[in-house]
Design a protein around this ligand. Structure first.
Ligand code: IFM
Length: 486
């Protein structure tokens, strides 16, 4: 891959660029990553509690038991958001706080936990009091363990349970939430959770991963309908996908890209935005599953109109056809304690090639032009669909200065370049409604535990003290000026 096109381009400038009125500047977190209070006020166990407490699954044995202690520090965190001037806050709801599950494994029965609802109700009210729009995600990976014990996302009953959960949340918060997001990154839930195994529940079952893809798609569609039926206000509806921006290499590059694009991107945009699975996806995976879990009426149920499509973007990937002989490369940014494949049907066909740097602390290549390219491509594929960047940001090894400040020039530069890329996409006609920086706080970064820091606010995990990093100050200035600062 070449150096980012935003560098060395005489027409390029990265400061002073003005965003339109009404553009939403936000920041995001997720329940298991920040809340802590893992066993308080009726919260039951999730798959991530189980997974993180299984030796060898998460770096250093870290868990989300305490995380940023956001559950107890919510008021101070809300004040922090106000100080930063955020227009919107994207958070997720921990399903295991909302329903507790009883009964034998295989047939769990759910009881509503009012204390869990009360927590999110207070959060939403606290946001509104401070003039911050609540953007609520129903599912950011913390599946109640009882539902996993009954089969998890590969079984259809989980979709029924999710629909019920969506109705509960619609009735509880649908009068105040600004935007509902059904799922965060179903690619990770399905393929990393059930195929590759680097995420909870850590299974290595390629056919189950594809069944999970379908049931997550169906859960999205049925949740949109359930939320619409129960929300008393007039919220917007969305889903967040982590798109893979792909480059091809070698002979057959186009085929390698097509295969991974089908699994990673079109497996979700096809049913959600067009009401169909791509024919090539079904062909590529025919040796793994016959897709008989797709029932009559499912595609219509999945294909619900949404107000914004949430786009998560971090880096690009390069793929090529594997020759079947050389040691296989799988540098797809999702290594770790895994063992299975995230690419059912293509794992013996395609390999991922090391990306040229520079890299973030995750080892992900920094490629702002990929964001511009992705936004333009989505807008060409789905011209009527407004877009929202629901995550973009970077982990770096921050150093605290002697005066206690946190200068993080690499993160600041990363954000500047990606905001510039988004602005360029808008100048090319993309209907981009907003941008959420990942993340508000340093937090539990899944398999990497607390070793990777994405926050624009530092969290000292010994004292839980928060310190706005220089990138956070820079972002506050961007939000205030509605233009990219110098
Ligand atoms: O921390 C995650 C988040 O939970 C989902 N999107 C990617 C982020 C960085 O890995």
């Amino acid at each position: 891959m070449t150096e980012p096109t935003t560098q060395g381009n005489p027409d390029y400038r990265d400061s002073g660029l003005v965003f339109p009125p009404g553009f939403t500047f936000g920041s995001a977190t997720a329940s298991y990553q920040v809340e802590g209070a893992f066993d308080e006020d009726g919260r039951g166990p999730s798959t991530w509690d189980t997974f993180s407490k299984t030796p060898g699954k998460v770096w250093n044995g870290d868990t989300g038991d305490v995380a940023c202690d956001h559950y107890h520090r919510v008021d101070a965190d809300l004040d922090l958001m106000k100080d930063l001037g955020l227009d919107a806050y994207r958070f997720s709801i921990a399903w295991p706080r909302i329903q507790s599950f009883d009964g034998a494994a295989g047939s769990p029965t759910a009881v509503v936990n009012q204390k869990g609802i009360d927590f999110y109700s207070r959060l939403v009210d606290g946001l509104l009091e401070r003039g911050i729009k609540p953007v609520a995600t129903l599912y950011h990976w913390d599946l109640p363990q009882a539902l996993e014990d009954a089969g998890g996302w590969p079984v259809r009953a989980t979709v029924d349970a999710f629909e019920e959960y969506a109705s509960i949340m619609g009735a509880a918060l649908g009068d105040r939430v600004h935007t509902w997001t059904t799922l965060n990154e179903p690619w990770c839930s399905a393929y990393l959770g059930y195929g590759q195994g680097g995420h909870a529940p850590g299974r290595h079952e390629p056919a189950a991963a594809l069944a999970a893809v379908h049931h997550l798609n169906l859960a999205h569609g049925r949740a949109v309908s359930a939320l619409r039926a129960t929300s008393a206000g007039s919220p917007e509806y969305s889903v967040t996908l982590n798109f893979h921006v792909l480059r091809g290499a070698g002979d057959g590059a186009a085929d390698a890209v097509r295969r991974i694009d089908a699994l990673a991107n079109r497996a979700f945009t096809g049913p959600m935005l067009k009401g169909e699975y791509p024919a090539d996806l079904l062909e590529d995976t025919a040796s793994v599953t016959d897709w008989s879990f797709v029932q009559d009426g499912d595609l219509a149920a999945i294909h619900q109109p949404i107000d914004v499509l949430g786009v998560n973007y971090y880096s690009t990937a390069t793929v090529r056809l594997w020759d079947g002989v050389s040691p296989k490369q799988m540098n797809d940014g999702h290594k770790g304690a895994a063992g299975g494949t995230a690419w059912p049907g293509s794992d013996r066909v395609v390999e991922f090639v090391e990306q040229p740097g520079p890299y973030t602390a995750m080892g992900w290549n920094i490629a702002p032009e990929g964001l511009e390219e992705l936004l333009v491509s989505l807008s060409e594929q789905f011209p009527e669909q407004p877009l929202m960047i629901t995550e973009n940001g970077a982990a770096f090894d921050d150093v605290v200065a002697e005066d206690g400040s946190v200068p993080d020039p690499e993160r600041l530069d990363y954000l500047r370049r990606h905001f510039t890329a988004a602005h360029r996409a808008m100048a090319r006609g993309v209907d981009l409604r907003g941008y959420f920086v990942w993340s508000l706080l340093d937090n539990f970064e899944w398999g990497y535990g607390y070793a990777k820091r994405f926050g624009i606010v530092r969290v000292d995990f010994d004292t839980l003290e928060r310190t706005v990093k220089n990138s956070g100050r820079w972002y506050a200035e961007l939000v205030r000026e509605r233009a990219i600062p110098d």
